[in-house]
Ligand binder design. Structure first.
Ligand code: NAD
Length: 294
């Protein structure tokens, strides 16, 4: 079994790190929040004194941090992980960050002799705890092969998307589809209401017709048709509107840096900008139907 360092034990990282422990690895952990560190240390992890300490003398390092600036500050520079880890260490950044930062960090790690991938996830907090995440992985074949056993401990689907940054590219393209889809399903239910068509009837028809999509059949934004959707729980996240906004902003940054036209992606970003600004922190992204109705 391996020695693993884990940095970032928040909503997602906490569950993921526990699955590394359950798989039998030795785990050194670090987070700026002492509370989450002591909780997992009571279950068998060892507390590191810093992020660099967590990456010292280990076989693999996993990070699950909020955004690109956190990832760059933890990995790069004289005080960063890359400077202290031993050559050949497997590095996996599972945070959702911008493609350019992901490429920069993987390139720096590779130049220093590490085997690094960007490996953002789909699946949310429940899948992180259950070990059933989907990982979208970017990086060289050899780095992917080295990372896969650890990702297998935390996920159900591990997909190699291509060269460095491709994991992040897949994540933001997928979530741009999701944001656009959710708005389109919500608009259709609002229009149906105004036309006197019952929500349940629209659901039964569209889930068997060409309007069918995940936002309708797995995450319906009106209460009733899909019992597990946040619409039945006062729109409590689930997947927070602020998280959707973060991903739609990343998609727009990537589109402008790559010269891609994504007019609906841009409009979705603008609508989620407005919705997140007027919503509680724990508002689910499907709650945007209430803003569209009003
Ligand atoms: P979170 O805010 O709950 O956790 C982030 C953790 O990182 C916190 O515990 C924080 O203290 C720690 N941290 C921040 N800077 C640090 C540093 N310099 N050193 C050590 N620790 C530091 O966030 P989360 O919900 O766990 O999300 C993490 C990442 O996963 C994000 O990039 C997010 O977009 C992505 N993601 C989240 C979900 C979800 O449903 N929550 C789903 C898919 C992807």
């Amino acid at each position: 079994m391996a020695q693993v360092g884990f940095i970032g034990l928040g909503n997602m990282g906490g569950g993921m790190a526990r699955n590394i422990l359950k798989a039998g690895h030795s785990l050194k952990v670090f987070d700026l929040n002492d509370q989450v560190v002591s909780e997992i240390c009571a279950e068998g992890a060892v507390a590191a004194t810093s992020a660099t300490d967590a990456a010292t003398d280990v076989d693999a390092v996993i990070t699950m941090l909020p955004a690109g600036k956190h990832v760059k500050s933890v990995y790069l520079g004289d005080g960063g992980l890359i400077a202290v880890a031993r050559s050949g260490t497997v590095m996996m950044d599972c945070s959702t960050i911008d493609v350019d930062s992901a490429r920069e960090v993987v390139a720096a790690a590779t130049d220093a002799g590490m085997r690094m991938v960007d490996a953002p996830v789909s699946g949310g907090v429940a899948a992180a705890a259950a070990g059933t995440l989907t990982f979208m992985v970017g990086g060289a074949e050899e780095a992917f092969a080295a990372a896969k056993p650890y990702l297998d401990d935390m996920g159900a689907n591990i997909i190699h998307a291509g060269k460095a940054g491709s994991g992040q590219a897949a994540k933001i393209c997928n979530n741009m589809m999701l944001g656009i889809q959710m708005i389109s399903v919500a608009e259709a239910f609002v229009l149906a209401e105004k036309l006197g068509l019952e929500a349940e009837k629209l659901f039964n028809i569209s889930s068997k017709a060409s309007g069918q999509c995940w936002s309708l059949t797995s995450y319906c934004p009106v209460p009733g048709p899909v019992p597990t959707s946040p619409a039945n729980n006062d729109y409590k996240a689930g997947f927070a509107a602020a998280m959707m906004l973060k991903d739609l902003r990343l998609a727009q940054e990537a589109a402008s840096s790559a010269g891609a036209e994504t007019p609906l992606g841009k409009m979705s970003r603008d609508l989620y900008e407005k919705f997140a600004a007027e919503s509680a922190d724990d508002m689910d992204f499907s709650g945007i139907i209430n803003m569209l109705r009003d």
